[in-house]
Structure formats: structure tokens, C-alpha cells
Design a protein around this ligand. Structure first.
Ligand SMILES: [Zn+2]
Length: 211
């Protein structure tokens, strides 16, 4: 999911005139930084993405530093969320920021306490699956209990995009990827793109949730 246009709940829903927007060109310096950051993110095939992360038990300076590193990387990669497993750290830690004006939130040991039966399907991308976009159905509302990186209790009542990105990242902590939610057809197409590289994507990637 891109930080550029996630202010609304629209995640390029299917069927609105098939308006596959071209990714706006970044200036070369920013594009180089984005690529550099993406090169630090584990991609499909890496065992870290299929493993279940472990509960954090020590809330120390190391954890605060870990969160700071992840935050930097997520911003540089222009994602709106990042899970520790995506950088090869097997801790139950995730971060997200749902828009340029939204605060960056770090979440440790998240537990999905409740989610609504109301759900919505929308396109998602993943920093770990370059070029892949699939439809994923997620609950519209969710309540997550967790801790901050300092060990304080935290309760998140999330809706829409925030609920979606939280679900995406919690999935990462359990070794689940968006292609695991995709239809058989979309999954097959995604695996082709992963095999052949992002340039093999048939349509230019629209600006969708990438996390
Ligand atoms: Zn992801």
C-alpha cells in the first residue's frame, strides 16, 4: 500500500471503470532510495516469511531500536505497514502508518481480540511480493490488544484501511501472505509474476495498499 493515497477507504476497488492508474514517477534520487530500502525487505521464498514470529518478552533499548529501524525502512520503501518478519526478525512486532498525516504506530505482541463479520474485498500489495496485487477480503472493523515498544498496554479500535493493514501485518507474524488469501486464479498469476519478476505484471500496478 502506498503512502501517497491511502487517505480514504478506497483501495482501488475493482470495477470502477478499470482505472488502472500508472504509478506516478518518483524522482530518480527518491526511486533509488526506495529500491535500496526494498532490497532490505525479505521477499517470497525466504523462510522468514513462512514462519511464526515469537512473542516479545524483553522490552529494552534493543526493541526500541528495532522499531526505529523498521520505521525508517518502511518510510523509505513507501509502504504503509511492515512486520518484523519481513526484515528477518522473528519478533511479534509490526508498524504502520495509514497516511502522510497519520501517526506512525508500533505494535508489539498484537492479539486480535475481535473482528466484525462485515467484511470488504480490496486490492492489496506486499513489499515482500514485488509486482503482485491480489484481492483480499478483510473484516471492516477490528479490535487489537497489544503493547507499545516500551511495554505499555495498548488497545486499537480500527476500521477500514487501518483494520486492513493490521490484519495484513498480523498475518505476516503468522507466516501468512496475501497470496494465501487470493483466488486460485489470482494466486497462479501472482506466482508467475514472482517467478518472472515485477515487469511480468500485466497491468501497471495501481496504487494499492502495499505493506
Ligand atoms: Zn506484506
Amino acid at each position: 500500500m502506498s503512502e501517497r493515497e491511502n487517505s480514504g477507504k478506497s483501495l482501488s476497488p475493482k470495477g470502477e471503470g478499470g482505472d488502472a492508474k500508472e504509478r506516478p514517477k518518483l524522482d530518480p534520487e527518491r526511486e533509488a532510495r526506495r529500491r535500496q530500502a526494498l532490497s532490505m525487505v525479505r521477499t517470497f521464498g525466504d523462510p522468514a516469511l513462512k514462519a511464526k514470529a515469537l512473542e516479545v518478552t524483553k522490552f529494552d533499548d534493543g526493541l526500541v531500536e528495532e522499531v526505529a529501524k523498521m520505521s525508517f525502512l518502511m518510510e523509505e520503501a513507501m509502504g504503509i505497514g511492515l512486520a518484523a518478519t519481513q526484515v528477518g526478525v522473528m519478533h511479534r512486532v509490526l508498524i504502520y502508518r495509514t497516511g502522510p498525516d497519520a501517526p506512525l504506530i508500533a505494535v508489539v505482541n498484537p492479539k486480535l481480540e475481535w473482528q466484525s463479520e462485515d467484511a470488504e474485498s480490496a486490492e492489496e500489495g506486499c513489499l515482500s511480493l514485488p509486482g503482485v496485487v491480489v484481492d483480499v477480503e478483510r473484516p471492516l472493523h477490528a479490535r487489537v490488544v497489544a503493547a507499545t515498544e516500551k511495554g505499555e498496554d495498548m488497545l486499537i479500535e480500527a476500521s477500514g484501511l487501518e483494520a486492513r493493514v493490521l490484519a495484513h501485518e498480523i498475518d505476516h507474524l503468522d507466516g501468512i501472505l496475501i497470496i494465501d488469501h487470493a483466488s486460485k486464479e489470482q494466486r497462479r498469476e501472482a506466482l508467475r509474476i514472482l517467478r518472472e519478476g515485477p515487469d511480468a505484471a500485466r497491468d501497471p500496478a495501481p496504487e494499492v495498499l502495499t505493506a
